[in-house]
Ligand binder design. Structure first.
Ligand SMILES: C[S@@+](CC[C@H](N)C(=O)[O-])C[C@H]1O[C@@H](n2cnc3c(N)ncnc32)[C@H](O)[C@@H]1O
Length: 292
């Protein structure tokens, strides 16, 4: 271990780990893809599940295009299955990974195949004495504590180095967002302004990442919802008394949570249009103010 976990990270992290592990198992089996990110969907690429690996490959290429030629060493923070790291290693970079996930660590080690180190830790608790030319966050910055993020970046970034952040942020919009996740964009900008860093480039790729939500919505409406209804119907018919008893207690104890889950996953609102309304997917290259 290269850092200690906090109780809060343990509680949230377990659920997140399971979700990511399931996504990685499904991706690997059904799509032959190891990536855990949204992908990059140019207009000419049809939004179909079969095209997700191609969109994810394009995203990896887009990320690579943002890395300055001077970069030799990369720290991939929140590396998921380590697939981005593996592609970057193939391109000749020296890459190490940070991942707090127990569930993903064997997949990460497989991707690295001994070519880079895996520091099993959160970024907040990372305790290493190495520095890198580039610190990469691919859809992982939203999990990092904003209060300590920039201080830690200073610790692990070589002079002249860059921070590459590709992630979505929450923006103000009317109504309640059915999509969770992301730092508030104004909070991120405030924290950035107070830090030693400055953005040298900002790309808005919301329109190119939102199509992923169309696939998520289709999967929820066409697979998860009918499967859920079928299971509940079968239980209701086979075990009417036990079912009624369980439903009574579930509604009494967890009604708000159940309604929230129903809205979030099965209302059809978890879609590309709402992603564009409530989120901004931004790719930032940051440098130290003194070096920009
Ligand atoms: C959506 S996945 C992205 C994975 C990968 N970077 C990619 O682009 O496919 C989010 C990643 O962030 C990691 N993560 C979550 N909290 C973290 C933290 N506090 N410090 C470092 N990584 C974290 C998760 O374990 C997971 O690997």
């Amino acid at each position: 271990m290269f850092g200690k976990k906090t109780a809060k990270n343990d509680a949230n992290g377990d659920l997140q780990d399971i979700g990511l592990r399931i996504a990685s198992i499904c991706g690997r089996y059904f799509l032959k893809s190891e990536h855990l990110h949204y992908g990059y969907w140019p207009p000419e690429l049809a939004v179909e599940l079969n095209n997700l690996p191609q969109a994810q490959q394009r995203y990896a290429e887009f990320l690579k295009s943002k890395i300055p030629a001077s970069v030799k060493t990369i720290l991939d923070v929140g590396c998921g299955t380590g697939h981005n790291a593996s592609l970057l290693l193939d391109c000749g970079f020296a890459v190490d990974c940070v991942s707090p996930s127990d569930a993903l660590s064997s997949a990460t080690r497989d991707s690295l195949a001994g070519r880079g180190r895996l520091f099993q830790s959160t970024f907040e608790s990372l305790d290493i004495d190495r520095k890198y030319d580039c610190i990469l966050f691919s859809e992982s910055f939203q999990y990092i504590d904003l209060n300590s993020a920039f201080e830690n970046l200073t610790r692990f970034l070589n002079p002249g180095g860059v921070v590459l952040i590709a992630d979505f942020f929450r923006v103000p919009a009317e109504g309640t967002s059915p999509l969770s996740g992301g730092h508030r964009l104004n909070k991120f900008k405030e924290a950035l302004a107070k830090s030693d860093f400055v953005a040298v480039s900002e790309d808005d790729i919301t329109d190119f990442t939102a199509p992923n939500l169309q696939l998520v919505d289709e999967a929820l409406q066409q697979v998860a919802l009918p499967s859920r209804d079928l299971i509940l119907d079968t239980l209701r018919r086979r075990y009417p008394w036990s079912f009624a008893f369980m439903r009574f207690w579930a509604r009494l104890l967890f009604n708000q949570k159940l309604l929230k889950m129903e809205y979030k996953y099965f209302s059809g609102e978890r879609n590309a249009d709402n992603f564009k309304k409530f989120k901004r997917y931004l790719v930032y290259v940051l440098k130290r103010k003194s070096e920009a």
